[in-house]
Design a protein around this ligand. Structure first.
Ligand SMILES: [Zn+2]
Length: 229
């Protein structure tokens, strides 16, 4: 029998990596999709390429969105990336942080949907989670529910009775649970990158490094990547 297929958004970060490992564990053949939207570094994309090999994906597409210039964010050099915030400050912030990228998940999921329909895939996996508060509106459970409703109306496959399901296996997991799940699934976290900065070593000071380091600490494990601090 032909294996069922899934499109996995694979950024090179630890969340998308673990979500892809879940998809693999659930028996899907993987079509990995990575976006270059002008991040100030390319470390994440280099990691996505390593991970795609680790997972023996069916196909890995890296889509260059840099030239369209529509993603103004601290992650694309537009604003200063916050540093040295406490966990409490990160989790209890009420404003949407400068690392928000305009409509990122909507753009990514739309392209993933086109890819999924093209490859006759039944599912799209995305590693978003809503527990360690990111403040991003497009990571909320209600956002994914609405996007699913859109998918059900939007494609030839779905209106003809087929299914393309958005799967968010980490939506209710904190970072420590994501680390543990990844270890259980045999993920090589040395092939993932979370730092917003992307120098030789991870900075250890940006929100993403702080949440990642705390996740490993709470899981009782050591992060295999090197930090400046
Ligand atoms: Zn960092």
């Amino acid at each position: 029998m032909k294996k069922k297929a899934a499109v996995c958004l694979l950024s090179g970060g630890m969340d998308s990596c673990v979500a892809t490992a879940v998809a693999l564990g659930e028996g899907y053949s993987i079509h990995a999709l990575t976006f270059d939207y002008g991040q100030i570094h390319e470390k994440e994309i280099a990691c996505a390429i390593k991970l795609a090999k680790d997972f023996s994906v069916e196909e890995h597409r890296i889509i260059d969105l840099r030239l369209i210039g529509l993603f103004e964010s601290a992650l694309t050099g537009g604003e200063v990336i916050p540093e040295n915030r406490t966990l409490k400050e990160i989790k209890e912030q009420t404003e949407i942080p400068g690392t928000y990228v305009p409509a990122r998940n909507t753009v990514f999921l739309s392209l993933a949907l086109a890819y999924a329909e093209t490859r006759c895939a039944d599912a799209i996996y995305i590693g978003s989670h809503a527990v360690d508060y990111s403040g991003y509106p497009d990571c909320r459970p209600e956002y994914f529910k609405k996007f699913q409703e859109l998918i059900d109306l939007a494609t030839k496959k779905t209106v003809e009775g087929g299914e393309i399901e958005i799967r968010t296996p980490l939506l209710y997991n904190g970072k420590a649970e994501i680390v543990k799940k990844g270890v259980e699934l045999g993920v090589d976290f040395s092939h993932t990158w979370s730092c917003y900065k992307g120098q030789g070593k991870a900075c250890g000071r940006c929100d993403s490094c702080i949440l990642r380091l705390n996740g490993f600490k709470e899981a009782g494990l050591t992060d295999p990547i090197e930090y400046e601090i």
